[in-house]
Design a protein around this ligand. Structure first.
Ligand SMILES: [Zn+2]
Length: 162
């Protein structure tokens, strides 16, 4: 039996999410995060990642990124929460999603999308509804996610270099 099922999300009212089909212990691997492995050069040249869909792009290593915006990647349906119960983990070119706390049957599985903080953060409002919600999908010191536009504005923004 799978640990999750896909159904209409309570967080993303227009979309779907993953829900626990039974109680799951902390530290359990839920699903592989799959997609197309592309070179940094392809990421730089692709307009796709300018702003509309950066949430599916992961930094694998100094040469490759992973484009998870493909229909066969069920893990892309996992929504962001400011009180996430899962997180992305990885080794080499492999990525997966594991639980970071005990989860009860019926709970929605959520991750921290981990965008860097800058003046453009308002393009990603958060509706997770948790008491810790900061209103936007941001996290300082993000490790996996990359966003060309964010990276560039970090360099250009003089307030951040003080
Ligand atoms: Zn939130």
């Amino acid at each position: 039996m799978k640990l999750f099922k896909v159904k209409k999300s309570n967080i993303d009212k227009k979309g779907r999410g993953l829900y626990a089909t039974k109680d799951i212990k902390e530290g359990t691997k839920i699903i592989n995060y799959v997609g197309k492995i592309i070179t940094k050069k392809q990421t730089e040249e692709s307009k796709k990642f300018d702003n509309a869909k950066p949430i599916y792009l992961f930094n694998l290593n100094s040469r490759y990124d992973l484009d998870g915006d493909v229909t066969w990647n069920t893990a892309r349906l996992i929504n962001h929460s400011c009180s996430n119960n899962c997180d992305y983990d990885g080794k080499g070119l492999k990525l997966w999603v594991s639980t970071i706390k005990d989860i009860k049957k019926g709970e929605e599985l959520t991750c921290d999308y981990g965008f860097g903080y800058d003046e453009d953060y308002k393009q990603f409002p958060c509706k997770c509804g948790s008491i810790n919600c900061v209103g936007y999908i941001v996290r300082e010191g993000s490790r996996w996610r990359i966003n060309k536009k964010f990276k560039m504005s970090f360099k250009k923004n003089p307030r951040l270099s003080k």
